[in-house]
Write a protein that binds this ligand. Sequence first.
Ligand code: ADP
Ligand code: ZN
Length: 628
Amino acid sequence: MSRMTEALPQEPAMAHAREVLRHTFGYSGFRSSQERIISHLIDGGDALVLMPTGGGKSLCYQIPAIVREGTGVVISPLIALMQDQVNSLLQYGVRAAYLNSSLSHEEAALVERQLLQGELDLLYIAPERLLTPRTLDLLRQSRIALFAIDEAHCVSQWGHDFRPEYIQLSQLHERFPETPRIALTATADAPTRREITQRLKLQQAAEFIASFDRPNIRYQITENDGNARERLLRFIREEHPGESGIVYCLSRKRVEEIAAWLRSREIEALPYHAGMDNQTRQGHQNRFRQEEGIVIVATIAFGMGIDKPDVRFVAHLNLPKSIEAYYQETGRAGRDGEAADAWMVYGLQDVITLRQMTTASEAGEDHKRMERHKLDAMLAFCEITTCRRQALLAYFDDHLEQPCGNCDVCLQPPQTWDATVAAQMALSCAHRTGQRFGVNYLVDVLLGKESERIKGFGHDRVSTYGIGCDLGAAEWRSVYRQLIAHGLLSVDLEGYGGLHLTQASRPVLRGETPLMLRKTRKMKPKRRAKQIDAAEVGDADHALWQALRALRLELAQAQGVPAYVVFHDATLMEMAERRPRDRQQLAMISGVGDHKLARYGDAFLRVLRDIPDEGQGSPMDGLDRPEN
Ligand code: ADP
Ligand code: ZN
């Protein structure tokens, strides 16, 4: 009996939550842990949510905010992100607003009035504004449904996104002890998680930790064989024509170069780095957000605040400095859950450059040592011959049972060769030349190059001079890179690129352990299973897809919002596939909620009716649905 009375208040509330999911957001079911999180919050509990990018964190607080009485207050670190979120919510017919420095006095006063009168479901606030006496006063006079702390890792001092204002958010617990709080982040590692719990006083909160796998992202990594940018161009042209993407480079100069070069090849590419003037940079970011098919070429300065859901690829022309960085940067692809690519070419020069950057930095010795370890782990990750996704997840203590079938290793298993003898030559060449030269020099010695420099050092007389002519220069470079990745050689700490032998190299040098290495190879583009691309669909479907996109863009531009705010790609794709003929059928498409149906339904139905469907009838005919 008592169990029943406990469970009772929960039931209607969750029924309401499901109703909001269906009618407001237009989705048919909850994803993974969303339902448990939502139910926990509606019940008044605190929660810490760790979910990968694109996992669906927003609904975890948006739905409870709508269902619970009062306004859900969302603390979000970036103004641009707030605007996008609020725009999206307004499209769904949710009463949302934000308070930040971009508002005029009058605009802010209006939002404050709405809050006081209980006219808002969600209010987004910047952290520095939240804790001003004025806002605190305002909150005390209003009815607050919950506090959601987005990007909660910003509270971590060790993280790269640290925001001092976040520290103060611990006050929420003291000032509003009755109001449930939910902290959310896509940063997975245990130290950050502990810091969030401690600093935000979430010791009593339930933890919801999702798998960090991003199954829709295809990981592809290959070595740079000297024509990285040509390969990038081919990759974009063949796999992602007209789609949005991000290309990461290590230096500003390279960013400018690559962007200009892509533009000269008819790709809409725009540079983005910290050395540009603010206005131009902001302009490029805005175009990327608002338009379709823009490729941003950027340094890592481009990152937080990119919640564009339809980024179809992230390409790296250099090695990221750690596996964490790689995961985070590649994670900006495919937030909408549709197929996306994480594509990378890298070379040993990247390792040396990153080493130099570490060495030159002001950081303390411990910190530098940690950075070197992280870089080593990143390089080792590039050179593995097993499933990349399994390795990536294992790095975050996450576990994937089977090889993924969606990374370059799974798709084209690398071939290995017995490199024991070659490794001995390579190691002994480093040894005989004094363990202070870089790869290119060592390769020249192995190949017996006639060079003044080699003669000057007398290295044309060492026993390894010219003994390596069975392999080419590229193959030798690959051998060296793998020896470094396996920890048999290490790059000098000064960062000049000199290679020296490690303890682990002894058994190999003495012939006690055989060594298998991977063969170098080219990355062959492979078609994705589900691609939003003309190649996969018939002409009529393609025409329809283009027409739907054009309509979406027109509607978005008329309101000055990004196209995806009107409908996501996935929704348009489903429309093109299922060809709904009336409002009822349209309402069954994922992402079409009541408000959008009323607002845009007829316009989309008109397009759907106008493009011939080759006489097959609508795939939605005959589906079970209520008749009337
Ligand atoms: P995150 O904040 O975790 O990166 P979002 O909240 O932006 O992710 O959600 C990612 C995408 O998934 C969005 O396009 C969102 O509309 C969609 N989504 C979230 N939950 C669901 C669901 N239950 N069903 C269908 N789509 C969903
Ligand atoms: Zn795999």
